[in-house]
Structure formats: C-alpha cells, structure tokens
Design a protein around this ligand. Structure first.
Ligand code: DGL
Length: 263
C-alpha cells in the first residue's frame, strides 16, 4: 500500500467530520476521503444487521478508491460492526468508541453521563467497555433521540435542538454527574450549546483527539504514514444534500471539495 493513498473515513452523515478535523489537524499532510452516508442517516435506530450492511457498503466503496486505512468515524457503526469489518478486510481499521475510561478515571462524584445513539448504547461492545471501567461508578445512559436528524439538517442553533439538550441532560445533572461522555461523532458540534446549559463543574469528553492519535500510531506502525510534506487532497463525498457538510467545513478548508455521488 502506498503512503500517499488516502485515509478513508465514513460516518452515517456529517458528524464524522468532527473526527476528520482532529485527524487533519494532527496529520496535515495526509490525503483523505470522507464518505457521508447521509441518505441512510440516522444509523442509531437501525438494527445491528442493517448497520453491519451499511458499514460493509461504505468500507468497500473506500477500498475501491484505494484507501490505505479506514476510520469508522461513527460510534454506532464501530460498536456494531468493527469486529466484522476487521475479520473481513485486510487493512488497518480504526473505530471510535465512547470515552468511558477517561471519564471513569477522572470522576470525583462517581457519577458520569453518556449521551449516544440507541444503536451504540445497546451494543455488546459498548456494554463490555462500560462494564470494564465503571464498576463502582453510576452511569446515566441517555439516548440522544432526534439529535442526529437535526444536525444533519444543519439545525444546530435552533430552539428545538436546545430543548432536546435540556431534556437529555436534566436527569444527568440531577444525578450529579461531573463528566459527560459524547458517544456520537455528531455531538461535538453541540458542545458550544452544551457549555451554556450544563453546570460549570461538568467536563465534556469526546473521543476525537484520541482517534487522531491512534490513527497516527497505526499509520506509523504499518509504515504507511505519508512523509511527503505536500498539500494534501481532501475529498468529501455525500449521497445527499451537501449544504450541511459545507456549513461544517467552510471555516476549516478554503478550497472545499465536496461531491455528490450515489453509493
Ligand atoms: N455519527 C454517528 C455516531 O457516532 C451517528 C449515528 C446515527 O446516524 O444515528 O454514532
């Protein structure tokens, strides 16, 4: 595999761009191809079989584009499908899981909250990780029903979304959490609003930076880190309307390259 081949990322939609930004910030010379499967969003309410089927479809699309590594920039797809993808494909595959470990290690109130999709919270992988790190800790699990569709529509700064955030965080605040784990790659876009809603003593944790560090070390260990310090090709593909993708990336990339394709 060539060092200059792209890192392929996929998500159920626009949310994985929060992971893409962390990866691009840490590895600014890597070529990347980001796949937003917005036509099929949200994944969070789908069955495990459906999530596996969509994850295979996206992975094969990226492999056909000669990607050197896959980043599953979606907690729902990771927690339901990553083991199957790793068995099936002989290429490094990195996933994103809710950061339960740092929250559990840092909590003083012994109470933490996790906001994620139904698909993530009902997965075996999530339960295994949560059980491992949160033995003496109370974990308030809340499904962020309706958040992903609003973010997909670009309705991030709307009263409708704010109302949902109040509703979902209220039981967590009542349970004295001091850490809120964002277990969905769409949710980092809600951090500015969450900071205005949550009491100051609650720390918000997401997994983006950890995934970027993991990406770098896997590239290094496989000898496929791009060592050419040239301007990279950054491609974004969506199978739906590109407006929200553009909105989330416009401040970050000047000559943005988004195409619409059926996949
Ligand atoms: N970004 C996906 C995740 O991290 C959203 C899932 C969905 O589409 O419901 O879980």
């Amino acid at each position: 595999m060539q060092q200059t081949n792209s890192i392929g990322l996929f998500d159920s939609g626009v949310g994985g761009t929060s992971i893409w930004k962390e990866i691009n910030a840490l590895l600014p010379f890597e070529n990347t191809l980001y796949l937003a499967d917005s036509l099929n969003a949200p994944y969070g309410n789908k069955t495990r079989d459906e999530i596996i089927h969509l994850s295979i479809k996206n992975t094969e699309f990226l492999l056909n584009k000669n990607c050197k590594m896959i980043v599953v920039a979606c907690n729902t797809a990771t927690t339901n499908a990553i083991n199957i993808l790793r068995e099936k494909y002989d290429i490094p595959i990195i996933g994103i899981e809710p950061a339960m470990k740092p929250a559990a290690l840092q909590t003083k109130t012994k109470s933490i909250g996790i906001l994620a999709t139904k698909g993530t919270l009902s997965s075996n992988l999530f339960h295994k990780t949560a059980a491992k790190f949160t033995k003496d800790i109370s974990v308030i699990e809340i499904i962020g029903e309706g958040l992903v569709p609003l973010i997909e529509q670009g309705k991030i700064h709307t009263p409708e979304l704010t109302e949902l955030l109040f509703k979902y965080t209220e039981p967590m605040v009542a349970a004295s959490i001091d850490h809120l784990v964002l277990g969905c790659s769409h949710y980092p876009y809600l951090i500015p609003k969450l900071l205005t809603i949550l009491p100051d003593n609650i720390t918000i944790i997401d997994s983006g930076a950890a995934v970027a560090r993991q990406t770098r070390s896997v590239l290094e260990n496989n000898g496929i880190l791009n060592t050419l310090e040239e301007k990279p090709t950054l491609q974004f593909l969506t199978n739906s309307d590109s407006a929200t993708l553009k909105m989330l990336l416009i401040d970050y990339i000047q000559d943005i390259n988004i195409s619409q394709e059926n996949f």
